[in-house]
Design a protein around this ligand. Structure first.
Ligand SMILES: Nc1ncnc2c1ncn2[C@@H]1O[C@H](COP(=O)(O)OP(=O)(O)OP(=O)(O)O)[C@@H](O)[C@H]1O
Ligand SMILES: [Mg+2]
Length: 224
């Protein structure tokens, strides 16, 4: 029987280095002979990319309520899980997702202050029973995270301009950071909080080491 792939998600505030680290990890896993699929949230499917436009870039979205935002993220994720993530894992491909359900818990629950029980129920309906095997939280101070977003190269181009959520004030970034740290404490087996202020290479080495331990653990359990 095919060994299922490993499901890894990256979380953290805007600008904490998720995309940078996902590229490094993917290259390393592929070099080790593993199949890897990278997905992004919101988006990752034709339906999800349309939702991404409404959530992040449409000029007509400024009036969006937190409830609408929550449901649109959940809708994009429900599609991504069924159309892409679950089939890939079943086929033995590792899946690395740039954000997943924990972003909703933190952004719409903690930062937008929606009711935590409602957020949990909607997350669980959208995602179903399969949670990530491992979730990295790249932890950065609010000021450093917001600074990176506003220092991004090519900011004058529309595609690199800060989006609707990235333009939120520092206090929003602070709630996001605290939300992630509180969440990590609820499930130390799944969450690994890493210092995102260290160099790209040091962080990449730390991430690869942790992923390798999980892969070795799964191989050992399969042989046993
Ligand atoms: N360890 C690091 N030290 C300093 N700068 C970094 C580090 N990692 C990434 N950066 C820079 O910070 C910016 C944000 O990085 P990146 O796009 O990887 O973050 P992200 O978490 O994917 O952001 P977003 O939420 O906007 O997608 C980029 O300009 C990147 O080059
Ligand atoms: Mg990114």
């Amino acid at each position: 029987m095919t060994q299922p792939g490993i499901f890894i998600t990256f979380e953290g505030s805007e600008g904490c280095g998720k995309t940078t680290q996902i590229e490094s990890l993917t290259r390393a896993l592929q070099a080790a002979g593993r199949q890897v699929l990278v997905t992004r949230e919101p988006g990752g499917t034709p339906v999800g990319e349309q939702i991404r436009h409404v959530l992040q870039h449409s000029r007509d979205s400024e009036a969006m309520t937190p409830e609408t935002e929550l449901l649109l993220f959940a809708a994009s994720r429900a599609q991504l899980v069924r159309e892409v993530i679950a089939p890939a894992l079943a086929a033995g491909t590792d899946v690395v997702s740039d954000r997943f359900l924990d972003s909703t818990t933190v952004y719409q629950g903690v930062a937008r202050r929606l009711d935590a029980a409602d957020v949990r129920r909607i997350n669980s309906f959208a995602v179903g029973p399969r949670l990530p095997d491992l979730t990295f939280i790249l932890d950065l101070t609010a000021a450093a995270a917001r600074g990176r977003v506003f220092d991004r190269p090519g900011l004058a181009n529309e595609s690199a301009a800060p989006d609707r959520i990235e333009r939120e004030p520092l206090a929003f970034y602070e709630r996001v950071r605290a939300g992630y740290l509180d969440l990590a404490a609820t499930d130390p087996a799944r969450f690994r909080v890493l210092d995102a202020a260290q160099s790209r290479d040091a962080l990449a080495a730390q991430i690869l080491h942790i992923v390798q331990e999980i892969i070795d653990g799964i191989s050992a359990a399969t042989r046993a």
